[in-house]
Design a protein around this ligand. Structure first.
Ligand SMILES: [Zn+2]
Length: 315
């Protein structure tokens, strides 16, 4: 099943069909020990795994509809929306960040598989998920390597993050250390080409339909934004695996990440909204203010965008 993307320009209403699937779209890439796919679909692991109540549920339609556009963005420009929908894009006066730009979005007609291209990929609050994708071959221009330990030695794009996020991550790792919690990077930035290679390999191995359940389609991985980093304890045990959930490192992150501008992007119990299984190791930088609000309210980035848009629309 191929996702078809018709080329139409449009900010379409997101009728977002998000399939529940695994891994932040990135099972791969970071195999802690290379080859064991990290960020991989959670397969029950010793100890804590399996927590996921519904790992492979069937497609659910999140309520994303209408307005996943981020509050931030200012690019009314791109939103051409003829969307069918309401809320999409610029509906509200606000520039929607994500709002679909239209380059590639497909369908605005309610095609459940419609894919929208985000208008402001460099916005720190950009929403990238199974419905919203990055512009083709998007690569941030301010990638740097945070000065933190990694669980691998080689030089690699996996060490990179956008500058602001990298600085915040350094502070987070230093703060953890003060609490006697040693954290290390597992996988950060990933190019679309890398994601494609990974995804294609999975397709060869398991077929496309199966691959989509545990790996992100190229262009849809948060790692491509340069704002995500998978984190583990410095020993690398349970890196990007379910068993990470019960570690003291995971508990520390859940409690303290927001203070440094990060959220646990794929929380437990929100699989039908995020489209991914619980990934306690996948940190996403959104800035302190948004991170605190999301964490305090126990919501997801999708829900945050939706409510932010609603507030704007009401104005
Ligand atoms: Zn990840």
């Amino acid at each position: 099943m191929k996702r078809k993307r018709s080329k139409s320009t449009a900010a379409l209403l997101l009728t977002g069909l998000v399939f529940i699937v695994a891994a932040c779209g990135d099972k791969q890439a970071t195999p802690p020990e290379d080859s064991a796919g990290s960020d991989k679909p959670a397969v029950a692991a010793p100890g804590g795994a399996g927590t996921d109540p519904n790992p492979t549920q069937s497609p659910k339609v999140p309520e994303l509809t209408g307005s996943p556009n981020p509050p931030k963005t200012t690019d009314p420009a791109t939103s051409t929306g003829n969307g069918t929908g309401t809320g999409t894009g610029n509906g509200t006066d606000k520039p929607g960040g994500n709002n679909a730009a239209g380059d590639k979005g497909s369908a605005g007609n309610g095609d459940p598989k419609a894919v929208l291209v985000v208008a402001k990929p460099a916005d720190v609050a950009v929403l990238v998920n199974k419905t919203y994708r990055l512009p083709d071959n998007y690569k941030p221009t301010d990638l740097v390597e945070p000065d933190i330990p990694f669980i691998f030695k080689e030089k690699s794009d996996k060490r990179l993050m956008r500058k602001e996020a990298a600085g915040a991550l350094e502070k987070l790792v230093a703060a953890a250390k003060k609490d006697s919690v040693s954290l290390a990077g597992v996988s950060g930035f990933r190019t679309q080409a890398t994601q494609k290679t990974l995804f294609d390999n999975y397709v060869k191995k398991d077929g496309e339909e199966a691959a989509r359940k545990y790996s992100a389609v190229p262009g849809h991985s948060e790692h491509q934004t340069g704002l995500a980093m998978d984190i583990s304890g410095s020993d690398g045990k349970c890196a990007a695996s379910d068993c990470f959930a019960n570690t003291k490192e995971a508990k520390w992150l859940a409690k303290n990440a927001a203070e440094h501008g990060f959220i646990i992007r794929y929380p437990k119990g929100k699989e039908s909204i995020t489209g991914y299984q619980y990934e306690p190791w996948h940190l996403r930088y959104v800035g302190t203010k948004i991170a605190k609000e999301i964490t305090d309210k126990g919501i997801t980035l999708e829900e945050y965008m939706q409510s932010a848009n609603a507030v704007q629309a009401a104005k």
